[in-house]
Design a protein around this ligand. Structure first.
Ligand code: ADP
Ligand code: ADP
Length: 233
């Protein structure tokens, strides 16, 4: 069963003539690690924002776990907080006045999850991400890679069905980026979460994803496993 299905998905921003996303069809299977690969401006971020429900769609349909969450034709719209989607951007915007522990547990607090469960889930996710020993530090006291882990933990603690990552490694230096790639693979295995990862870096896509969807100009060019993807030089 596809975790996410995009059908004829189209987005034309106000005051623009060319669609940013143009009749796009894509199925992302449960537990899959899919990379949306393409040059800057081809529509990748727009797709993630529409899946998360923070950008309106112009035409087509988005289905999560077989439930339409956004459909022009059916006139339905499920708000972002009910979609069980976690979104992590390249700038993590951790709350500077909160410790790591407070940053990670904040979403559970907002959802009024019982205190004992908050503590258990926060501890569990911090251990899985190897940041438990940093619990009482503030974001300014963390390295880039550690901040990245906290940003991921903050999303994973909410048990999202799907994790949307928008070039989350692009602010890290080359060595850290390499380390975080293997971290991401480990996290994907440990949590079994469906991941859509946006990148303009073919090498990054090849080393991370189980499926690569190559985009250009608001449309998909090819979809397949890394060894079958050929990008024209
Ligand atoms: P990518 O993530 O692949 O870099 P985006 O989804 O950010 O691409 O952008 C796709 C296209 O839509 C680009 O041409 C961009 O300029 C345009 N675009 C993005 N956001 C807006 C907006 N709010 N208003 C108008 N055009 C936009
Ligand atoms: P205080 O009341 O001491 O200012 P809170 O933790 O109650 O601090 O935060 C107030 C609100 O501001 C919260 O809803 C929190 O989500 C929001 N907030 C704080 N920092 C940020 C940030 N960097 N980015 C986005 N929202 C933030």
């Amino acid at each position: 069963m596809p975790a996410i299905k995009l059908t004829n998905l189209t987005k034309t921003y106000a005051n623009t003539s060319k669609p940013a996303v143009n009749h796009l069809n894509l199925e992302v299977n449960d537990g899959e690690f899919l990379c949306l690969l393409g040059p800057s401006g081809c529509g990748k971020t727009t797709i993630l924002r529409m899946i998360a429900g923070i950008e309106t769609i112009s035409a087509g349909e988005i289905t999560i776990d077989n439930t339409p969450v956004d459909s022009v034709e059916k006139g339905c719209f499920v708000p972002p907080e009910q979609r069980h989607i976690g979104l992590v951007f390249q700038s993590y915007a951790l709350w500077p006045h909160m410790t790591v522990l407070e940053n990670v547990s904040f979403g559970l607090k907002i959802k009024k999850v019982p205190m004992a469960e908050q503590q258990r889930r926060t501890q569990d996710v911090m251990e899985k991400l190897h940041i438990a020993q940093l619990a009482s530090r503030y974001p300014a006291q963390l390295s880039g890679g550690q901040q990245q882990r906290v940003a991921l933990a903050r999303m994973l603690v909410l048990n999202p069905k799907v994790l949307l990552l928008d070039e989350p490694l692009s602010n890290l230096d080359a060595a850290l980026r390499l380390e975080m790639r293997s971290e991401l693979r480990r996290i994907h295995k440990a949590f079994g979460t469906t991941i859509i990862f946006v990148s303009h870096d073919q090498w990054e896509a090849m080393t991370l994803a189980s499926t690569i969807a190559v985009m250009s100009d608001g449309q998909l060019q090819q979809v397949g496993p890394p060894n079958e993807i050929y990008t024209k030089p």
